[in-house]
Design a protein around this ligand. Structure first.
Ligand code: URP
Ligand code: ZN
Ligand code: ZN
Length: 460
């Protein structure tokens, strides 16, 4: 089956032009003016914007965490992603202490198999670094899992020592992998949490008050030093605080291979959300927490100046009714995480275009091209070019979208952006040339998504 998309306004990270696109066997085979090829399917994209499909490199589908499991699985999560214009996700498999990373890889392949409707890859979370996990890192890289997440937070669960981080960094440098860091000082946070609870401070806002920006900055600084000593690149996930950004900026200014992502919640929400009435602040309990309003302008500056290269979602939904409620009387028992896989592209498109935060090219770069480059998927993914997969999101710039838990496709009973209207309407989404979203209708079959064997890390 081939498809001809006519009269589109095509925007990539570097281009902006009007042309037709011919897609055959899932791949873009021709781009040009007035293409005359006979096609099985023809779409007239007059007045519409054609962009590379979004790549969300930070999702947690079907993830056991905080005594429960994230509420989207690979079927509902990838479907919601597609509705939101995302055509590739990289999810986190988890090596549990005492279990092998090879076993975790098989488990996560099983979770996605028969369910994922868009293409997917995995990072591997390492809960410990031992001779076995160090060996497994090589085994995983050979299978296309070329990035590993480690934590300086969650003592007793995911937190590893500086020595373990250092060894993993060294090993990653040797085998062409990338270490992704969750940087918060877990030991200090634990003390602050116990002190808060001892004073009877149990409401959701204390989640934020016990995870100060300095705890993120300290861990970011420490890991940058470890990466420098290991002579290895490092990538910070879900960077939220201006002090952490300062650490990343300083390291990059010195020429160190340091990369970082932020997430929409840190750009569009803030600490005051924790003060919503009743237990509603639990909706925003995630780590790192939402920061006070003065942080976001610095994150926008970081994105504009390329000290932040990626916006991912950290999509990790838990329902208010049965899951967040576990922490009704103790904020430290609220499962950490929030939904966002469906809203990322629209929130950023809206911010980009309507509020002129950045160019359309930069929007494409931070939502698709840079993620593809950093995580070994470019140029198969992340651009519109002859030979690339035909993963496309087609926006009507004149349309709008209204966000609500009543209409979104994520399997979660609230939307952090309830009632927000974003400029730009996602009309069509193509995954490897197949139209999987058409004006609010879903045509992607569960299981059609393919596992992506990612390339080694190469400094972009
Ligand atoms: O609160 C969060 N971020 N939940 C997901 C797990 C993680 O640390 O990314
Ligand atoms: Zn994390
Ligand atoms: Zn996460």
């Amino acid at each position: 089956m081939n498809t001809l998309i006519k009269n589109g306004h095509i925007v990539t990270a570097v281009d902006d032009y009007h042309a037709d696109l011919l897609i055959d066997d899932g791949v873009i085979v021709q781009i040009g003016k007035n293409l005359t090829a006979q096609a099985d399917n023809v779409l007239d994209a007059q007045g519409l914007l054609i962009l590379p499909g979004g790549i969300d490199v930070h999702t947690h589908f079907d993830m056991p965490f905080g005594g429960t499991t994230s509420s989207d699985d690979f079927e509902t999560g990838t479907r919601a992603a597609a509705f939101g214009g995302t055509t590739t996700i990289i999810d986190f498999a988890i090596q549990q202490r005492g279990h092998s990373a090879q076993e975790a890889f098989e488990t996560w392949l099983g979770k996605a198999e028969g369910k994922a409707a868009i293409d997917y890859g995995f990072h591997m979370i390492l809960s410990e670094v031992t001779p076995v996990t160090l060996a497994d890192m090589g085994w995983l890289v050979d299978r296309g899992v070329t990035s590993f997440k480690l934590f300086t937070a969650y003592p007793g669960v995911f937190m590893v020592t500086d020595g373990e981080i250092f060894q993993a960094l060294q090993r990653a440098g040797e085998i062409g992998a990338l270490i992704a860091m969750h940087a918060e000082n877990g030991s200090v946070i634990d003390v602050l949490v116990q002190q808060a609870l001892a004073k009877g401070h149990t409401e959701p806002k204390y989640h934020a008050l016990t995870r100060p920006p300095q705890a993120e900055a300290e861990a970011t600084h420490r890991v940058i030093a470890l990466a420098e000593m290991a002579n290895s690149p490092v990538y910070f996930v879900h960077l939220s605080a201006l002090q952490a950004l300062d650490e990343v900026t300083m390291a990059r200014d010195k020429g160190q291979a340091v990369f970082a992502e932020t997430c929409p919640q840190y750009l569009f929400l803030d600490y005051t959300n924790y003060e919503e009435e009743g237990f509603n602040g639990a909706k925003y309990v995630m780590s790192p927490p939402l920061r006070t309003h003065e942080h976001a302008p610095h994150l926008w500056r970081g994105l504009a100046g390329n000290d932040l290269q990626v916006v991912s979602t950290d999509h990790c939904p838990f329902c208010m009714k049965e899951q967040k409620i576990l922490g009704r009387d103790d904020f430290s028992k609220i499962p950490n995480g929030a939904p966002g896989v469906e809203t990322r592209m629209s929130l950023l498109y809206d911010a980009t275009v309507r509020r002129s935060r950045m160019s359309l090219n930069r929007f494409v770069e931070i939502t698709s091209t840079s993620p593809a480059r950093i995580f070994g998927l470019f140029p198969k993914k992340g651009t519109i070019a002859v030979g690339s997969d035909a993963d496309l999101v087609i926006f009507d710039p004149e349309g709008t979208m209204l966000w609500s838990a009543k209409t979104h496709h994520m399997r979660v009973d609230y939307n952090p952006y309830e009632g927000r209207v974003t400029q730009g309407e996602i009309r069509y989404v193509y995954s490897r040339g197949e139209k999987i979203v058409d004006n609010g209708q879903f045509f992607g079959k569960p299981g059609r998504g393919q596992f992506l064997v990612r390339n080694h890390f190469v400094k972009p």
